[in-house]
Ligand binder design. Structure first.
Ligand code: GAR
Length: 194
């Protein structure tokens, strides 16, 4: 693979499926003076993803990928990543599981944010499950992506206290705020290790 040294900025692609608040936050960080990365491509499986508006707003290339056939979808994505010289992938609310083969192509170069204190609550509905189990804390984790769901090496994690009157929405909102703090920090850490 490519050697990621020198003064050149790292090209990042962000994969989304929905609102894109993490995407927006990372874009804003990429504009900071000493930023070591540039977001060059936004990928989504969802043509209605709200986050696509940020592509337009910040003039970033986007690709909407038809996921009716995963193999073809991933082939197309890999091609786009190559064309756009992407070095690193950040998953930010991307609700599709990447195949082993795809991950092999970007080994150690895909990171994800997950709304739980991994290894607890892999998969979906994390906050609701944590609340149902009367956990004291939920939280968020940035981790490397490997071939097992939400199981790669943890880069950063933040605990968030579950309050007595929390609903899914209130907890989700509070955790998202922390996601916006830890994702750029974790990315910085990853970039310094490339
Ligand atoms: C975030 O809470 C993120 O942790 C979660 O989706 C949300 C996306 O929000 N990711 C997952 O559940 C991945 N399994 P955003 O679109 O506003 O960034």
């Amino acid at each position: 693979m490519l050697k990621l040294t020198g003064l050149k900025k790292i090209n990042i692609s962000i994969f989304i499926s929905g609102t894109g608040s993490n995407l927006k936050n990372l874009i804003i960080h990429s504009f900071k003076k000493n930023s070591k990365f540039k977001i060059t491509l936004i990928i989504t499986n969802n043509p209605k993803a709200k986050g696509l508006n940020f592509a337009k707003k910040f003039k970033i290339e986007k690709r909407i990928i038809n996921y009716s056939n995963i193999k073809n979808a991933e082939k197309k994505i890999l091609l786009e990543l190559k064309k756009n010289k992407v070095n690193l992938i950040c998953l930010a609310g991307f609700m599709k599981i990447l195949s082993k083969n795809f991950i092999k192509n970007f080994k150690g170069k895909i990171i994800n944010i997950h709304p739980s204190l991994l290894p607890k609550y892999k998969g979906l509905n994390t906050h609701q499950r944590a609340m149902n189990n009367r956990e004291k804390y939920s939280g968020c984790t940035v981790h490397y992506v490997n071939s097992k769901l939400d199981s790669g090496k943890i880069i950063l994690q933040k605990k968030v206290r579950i309050l007595k009157n929390d609903t899914f929405n209130s907890l989700n909102k509070r955790v998202l705020k922390h996601e916006h703090i830890i994702y750029p920090k974790a990315l910085k850490k990853v970039l310094s290790n490339l």
